[in-house]
Ligand binder design. Structure first.
Ligand code: SF4
Length: 461
């Protein structure tokens, strides 16, 4: 074993081996998660909607709502940033079902269209927008449709393609791109020692074949973005170990250097543009302005139907008894707001990024590598925004967590500072002149600081 592997804390490596030895127990845990998931998704469909006297602790619908959107979604993002994608490999019911279906399925070859690098962006954007149009956070029916539909698709894809693989998770899962991006800052990863594969340099360790369900070529694995942290390759040929790493190393020196256009699009227009607007549109003054403007245009043109037409709940929110109906005008106003936010983020971050590329005279994949510096900010923005769901649900149950907003604000500011430092460190790889690096960092600091302050004001407001 090489010195670098020997230096990895034994406890962490042992935990990787524990995962390997307890795959059967992990499988049982996954089936328990599947059962819980099915119950939380289906039982609320059979019950009436909660009233203002129902709480998460005495009403199943509210409880399921709180588990899915107040706990599950924000804390998976947090866990992915802190320890990598253990959720995917150990607990995710959708991944487990897809792999199970694949184990017993047709085992066909993966078609070329499925490998298109744009799927992570397209699937995440479409599910996010659809979720907002149907009020997925408030009502069980759209939650069951979107989450259940995704799980059904995962099973179908599993049953058709690959053998005991997670083809769905690797190529089509709507949150795969987000998890892969956020996991780049995790301080844990399965480290591959490339020296161990060289002829004549084989190390001690088991050599039986590894079934890497998300189809990673483990010999050449870079970073932890695609790894589901399932532990099946732990100790393989003495070359793979669960290890600590510097949380910036993957972005600066690892897979960040190979970043693609798809990742850049996911970080800037989507995570820093679409997501903040999607999480806060109902409180947005701009949304009200757009909506009012549209209403006035409709009235000017004597068009009443866009203001009154009701569409089924699976197209637009339609719960008249709850006094919650989304009209066509509301929907168009929301889509305009989301588009404005996407364009604004692209301009606000895109122009400084392009300026930095020129200042630093970067040549190879420059923009995409530099954009990776924004991952901490994007991850903090996503987590703190999702915490709004937790906060609002707890508040409606009469529970107020002290200092939570202070925590969220501090987290965003710390992430912003980290992103600025990463710009400096990535710049150092491409340009030896300190003045150029400092200039580039200052240029990127401006949008990073502006975004952070606006975001903090938004969720405090
Ligand atoms: S590389 Fe594959 S087998 Fe190894 S931990 Fe990651 S997902 Fe599991």
């Amino acid at each position: 074993m090489t010195s670098s592997l020997r230096a990895a804390p034994a406890l962490v490596a042992t935990f990787g081996d524990v995962l390997l030895r307890h795959q059967a127990a992990i499988r049982r845990l996954q089936w328990a998660m599947v059962a819980l998931y099915v119950v939380l998704l289906t039982v609320p469909l059979l019950l009436p909607l909660p009233t203002h006297t129902d709480y998460a602790w005495n009403n199943v619908v509210r409880f399921a709502q709180f588990v899915f959107w107040g706990v599950w979604w924000p804390f998976i993002i947090l866990a992915t940033a802190l320890v990598g994608r253990f959720w995917c490999g150990i607990l995710c019911p959708e991944g487990a079902l897809s792999e199970f279906a694949s184990q017993h399925g047709a085992g066909r070859a993966i078609p070329g269209w499925m490998k298109w690098s744009g799927w992570p962006v397209v699937s995440f954007v479409s599910t996010t927008v659809y979720g907002q149009l149907t009020s997925i956070y408030q009502y069980p029916k759209p939650a069951a449709l979107l989450l259940g539909g995704s799980t059904f698709a995962a099973i179908v894809i599993g049953a058709r393609y690959g053998k005991a693989k997670r083809v769905w998770c690797r190529f089509l899962c709507p949150v795969n791109g987000v998890f892969a991006t956020v996991s780049k800052i995790a301080p844990l990863h399965f480290r591959v020692d490339p020296d161990s594969w060289r002829p004549g340099n084989q190390q001690q360790g088991r050599s039986s074949a590894v079934n890497c369900a998300p189809l990673i070529p483990i010999k050449t694995m870079q970073g932890a973005a695609a790894c589901h942290m399932c532990g099946r390759c732990s100790g393989y040929r003495g070359a793979i170990r669960l290890s600590w790493r510097n949380p910036a190393s993957d972005i600066v020196h690892g897979s960040g250097r190979l970043a693609t256009m798809g990742e850049t699009v996911l970080i800037v227009p989507v995570l820093l543009g679409l997501v903040p607007a999607a999480l806060h549109w109902s409180d947005s003054g701009l949304f009200q302005m757009i909506r009012l403007w549209l209403v006035e245009r409709c009235l000017d043109l004597h068009l009443i139907w866009p203001l009154s037409l009701r569409l089924p709940w699976w197209v637009l929110t339609d719960y008249p008894l709850e006094n919650d109906v989304m009209t066509l005008v509301d929907a168009v106003a929301l889509l305009i707001l989301l588009s404005v936010s996407v364009v604004a983020a692209t301009i606000v971050f895109g122009i400084p990024l392009a300026a930095c590329v020129r200042i630093l005279r970067m040549r190879e994949r420059p923009l995409h590598h530099l954009t990776q510096a924004l991952i901490p900010l994007a991850a903090a923005c996503l987590f703190s925004g999702l915490l709004s769901l937790t906060v609002s649900q707890l508040r409606s149950d009469g529970v107020v967590i002290p200092c939570l907003d202070l925590f969220r604000g501090s987290l965003v500011l710390a992430a912003a500072a980290w992103s600025a430092v990463l710009v400096l460190r990535i710049g150092a790889l491409y340009n030896g002149r300190l003045a150029a690096r400092m200039g580039a960092t200052f240029i990127m600091f401006l949008p990073i600081a502006a975004f952070s302050i606006i975001w903090i004001v938004a969720f405090l407001g």
